[in-house]
Design a protein around this ligand. Sequence first.
Ligand code: PRP
Length: 215
Amino acid sequence: MKQMLNIALPKGRLGEKVYAMFEQAGFECPAIKEKNRKLVFENPEAGVRYFWVKPVDVAIYVERGAADIGVVGKDIIMETEPDVYELLDLKTGKCNMAVAAPADFRDNQSRTLRVATKFSNIARSYYASMDRDIDIIHLNGSIELAPILGLSDVIVDIVETGNTLRANKLEVVEFFAPISARLISNKASFKFLHDEIEAVMDGLEKIVREKEEKK
Ligand code: PRP
């Protein structure tokens, strides 16, 4: 029997879209569609075992080899810089990393800028590249609240539709990094399960290409 590939998928909307791509590529696992709270699903015939993981944790599973491959947002790769191979841009889950602030915000360069974010490392390196002194306020969600309540001057966060910003009267100051879902691989797995991983990569690449051509 062929070696099963362990695949970590991000739980949630992005994960469902991404699983559909694996399915189209020939790595289906019908059990995954059953409505239950199970986290592991396998299809030995197709040689795949999927597990649903919190999106921010996918790279940890892959880096440490609990998963051979996985799908993770470029935002999380930029923030955590995991020691993995980035194999393919799946061109889904697209959004942008941005600085946003209230409409009347004017940056006073003589003062330390207070930046609220879930992405402390990304924010730190972005402002370091501009030699701007900042004070990071690390939050875990609802980042848009921080400037409204005076907790921060600006936020660094992902913007997809822009609805959350608009609803909270914030505006984009700058988009500075395009984000999308990436296929990543554990480094040792890439060596020892090379053919299996390459088959998934090639299958997904074809699906991505077909989707792009239809646009
Ligand atoms: C993300 C992000 C923004 C929002 C952007 O939050 O942090 O708040 O989505 O999407 P939009 O531009 O389409 O409105 P998420 O839903 O992950 O929740 P969070 O507040 O818990 O981070």
